[in-house]
Design a protein around this ligand. Structure first.
Ligand SMILES: [Zn+2]
Length: 215
């Protein structure tokens, strides 16, 4: 049951989707942009927009959810807990990228989330083929835990850690699904060009220096 992010586009409604995995796209809701660190989930409205952008919620159902959630005391509590969990996940992903496993404390926390927010699995037609899909109903704020917990569990159990990588030029993490396993940056549009231009300028400076010496 691979959980992948849905879009080939980099940005959807102000959120980055280059992680190739829902758990990593969730992790990438905190970025460091040219003008400094940027929290993409500053409030409940932003969270709902991210749920829509990541396809966990669809309109018009999303609209009803926003109306229902907006004034509940649980929604801001959930957001705080999600952001906290996201940063624990960041520590785990960084550890995995360095060749270490997830901590026992994180695994226990995740198992507790999975137990408290179980997912419903159902057979669904995908064209002519039947697939095992996880069905989510985000009726109340805490229902968001089910898809996220299972995505993180899948990231830790089904994904090869050597394919987990941080962009060479920013804090974005991604799952390298390239054939050769040689993806180096979050996106060609965001950091790829930056790295290529920097490398080109470095080569040019080196060549100019060599020419001056040769004179
Ligand atoms: Zn990057």
């Amino acid at each position: 049951m691979p959980i992948t992010s849905q879009a080939p586009r980099d940005w959807i409604d102000g959120f980055l989707f280059v992680g190739n995995h829902l758990a990593l796209d969730f992790l990438n809701t905190r970025l460091v942009l040219a003008d400094g660190p940027k929290e993409l989930l500053p409030d409940v409205d932003a969270l709902v927009r991210w749920l829509v952008a990541s396809n966990l919620l669809t309109w018009p159902k999303g609209k009803a959810v926003v109306r229902k959630w907006r004034d509940t005391p649980q929604a801001p509590v959930l957001l705080r807990e999600l952001v906290k969990f996201r940063e624990s996940l960041r520590a785990v992903v960084v550890r995995q990228e360095a060749g270490f496993s997830a901590s026992d404390a994180f695994i226990a926390e995740l198992n507790s989330l999975l137990k408290r927010h179980p997912s419903v699995i159902a057979l669904q037609w995908k064209g002519k083929e039947l697939g095992l899909e996880t069905a989510f109903e985000l009726e109340k704020p805490n229902d968001v835990w089910a898809p996220l917990a299972i995505a993180v569990a899948e990231l830790l159990s089904d994904v090869s850690p050597v394919r987990l990588r941080k962009c060479e030029a920013c804090i974005v993490h991604f799952l390298d699904t390239s054939k050769k396993g040689s993806r180096r940056w979050c996106s060609m549009n965001i950091c790829g060009n930056k790295i290529k231009v920097a490398a080109y300028q470095k080569r040019r400076r080196a060549a100019a220096k060599k020419m001056r010496r040769g004179r």
